[in-house]
Design a protein around this ligand. Sequence first.
Ligand code: KIV
Length: 272
Amino acid sequence: MSIHTNDIKRITTHILQEMKYNNEKIAMLTGYDFSLAKIVDTAGIDIILVGDSASNVMAGHETTLPITLDQMIYHASSVVRAAQRALVVVDLPFGSYQGNSKEALSSAIRIMKESGAHAVKMEGGSEILESIERILSAGIPVMGHLGLTPQSIYKFGTYVVRAKEEEEAKKLLEDAKLLEDAGCFAIVLEKIPAHLATKVAKEVKIPIIGIGAGNGVDGQVLVLHDMLGITHEFSPRFLRRYNNLYEEIKGSVEAYIKDVKSVDFPNEKEQY
Ligand code: KIV
């Protein structure tokens, strides 16, 4: 007898592959905490990415570099407790996998064991292939990430569109094929020309998820706090805002402060 009592079908890497074959687009959003991840999962998202963008939106750092493996595990375990349907993918943070494939494997194992997540994501192509292969050989699904890779921001020096020049575009396509051959189950393409992303999605068989990469790919990802309008200083062209929670939350807090100061809150019905 199965110990699993609910019949919600979990999205798997195989389902994502079928979605690509069936031309069904994949919807992915970031998540960092239990409460919002629960809403996102219940709404029917396919993948929740515990992105190292937590370093920016949750911790207020300027870049994704400072977030630690322990902090990623904390965010990931909160999201895993909320997600009943979505596949939960976790970013390996900067410094936990570059340069040493043994360390990369032990970082990935820690994420899988301590958070209960279903896959990891890693930024880069040929430079990190050994680490990717080692993690895959342990049975851990890996999502790649090419194009603008924010962990390398100090190498790029800027967040502008990547791979506009032919040489970089050629390397990106080669890297995508390398990641596919290695056994990655999907690749995120960030901030590259739409025609290049479309070409990659056509030439590799695994799902390509875009952010600022046009609509010729197999799915889209956005940072949850950006699309909800909780962050409001950041307005790249690719971002569609579905709400203005910054103003809504600020307005609610202002109303609460007013009610407390005026002794309108709590009223007789709100006390014992
Ligand atoms: O960390 C993150 O949120 C990401 C997405 C932008 C893809 O990697």
